[in-house]
Structure formats: structure tokens, C-alpha cells
Design a protein around this ligand. Sequence first.
Ligand SMILES: [Zn+2]
Length: 85
Amino acid sequence: MRFENKNDNFYTIDVKRFYIPVVFVATCPKCGEEVRRDLNDWYLSYPPVGKPFVLDLACGECSYEWGEEIRLLISLEICSKEEES
Ligand SMILES: [Zn+2]
């Protein structure tokens, strides 16, 4: 059993509201406050896979806005028992 990759380049997930149960935690470069962006609440829209893109962030303390580059990676693994050969 195996997976075959059909695309050598990046692709885009064709989903307007792509929720991930992950919280991005950063430090505001202006005031040093901890900034959290819950990706299960503030979804990604049509995110690219395997290619860096900018995640917009805003500080709740000083209203400073900036972006951090992130990359979405998807992995698959086979969980069925491998056939004995
Ligand atoms: Zn700030």
C-alpha cells in the first residue's frame, strides 16, 4: 500500500472557511503582549498547502497589526495493517 503524489507543486484548499483546532501564539512586536489567534475560530480562507503565506495578526492591547509567514502541511499515513509478503 502507498500514496502517490499527483502534484509536485503547491495547491490550494478550495474551502472558504477552513477551521483547524490550533492556536497561533505570538508576541506583539510593538508592546510585547501575547497575541493568540485561534484557527478554529478565525478560520483560514482558501489556504495554500506547502507554500508559505501570511497570517494576519492584531494585538488586542495596542491594536498593532502585522503578519507572520506560516505554511500549512498535510500528511497522510496508512493505519491498516501492512500485508505480509
Ligand atoms: Zn501590542
